[in-house]
Design a protein around this ligand. Structure first.
Ligand code: ZN
Length: 156
């Protein structure tokens, strides 16, 4: 039996051989860099087919998530949120335009836009078309700089 004790294989350090065998290979008790103990057959350790207790794969998943998140994130604005459709409870069916009633009972269309969690009022209008164009202008003003930045980032 080859003595692997104390030897490092990727994230795993072989500690002690166990009586267990896998395909006639000695199963070693290993200490992973993350602090977990795991059991790996000597051949798997040496050929690198097992590199960690499993945390490496978990880390890789986390890194991917992080990357996705950061690519979508421009100065704290999550771009997909900007492109989200109108909520179902929105009576006008247009994102950022809601139907309101004035104190005199008249119906008006109010345009709003949210940037970094802050609501900006874009005005109240008699017609839906006016409110939509105000909203479009608001998107240009408040959202486009972020979307442009994201596109620049993606083209890097
Ligand atoms: Zn680990």
């Amino acid at each position: 039996m080859e003595d692997l004790s104390g030897r490092k294989f990727n994230r795993l350090k072989a500690l002690n051989p166990t009586p267990e065998r896998k395909s006639r290979k000695v199963v070693w008790e290993c200490l992973c860099d993350c602090g977990e103990t795991t059991y790996v057959a000597s051949d798997k350790l040496k050929n690198g087919s097992i590199k960690s207790c499993g945390c490496q794969r978990r880390d890789a998943g986390k890194t991917l998530q992080k990357t996705l998140h950061s690519e979508m994130n421009v100065d704290g604005v999550i771009i997909p949120y900007l492109k989200r459709k109108a909520r179902k409870d929105n009576k006008t069916g247009v994102k950022g335009v809601s139907l309101i009633k004035t104190r005199s009972g008249a119906e008006r269309y109010r345009s709003t836009i949210t940037v970094k969690g802050k609501l900006h009022y874009l005005g109240t209008y008699e017609t839906l078309a006016q409110a939509i164009s105000a909203r479009k202008a608001g998107e240009k003003k408040y959202h486009d700089p972020y979307i442009t930045k994201l596109e620049e980032k993606e083209n890097d």
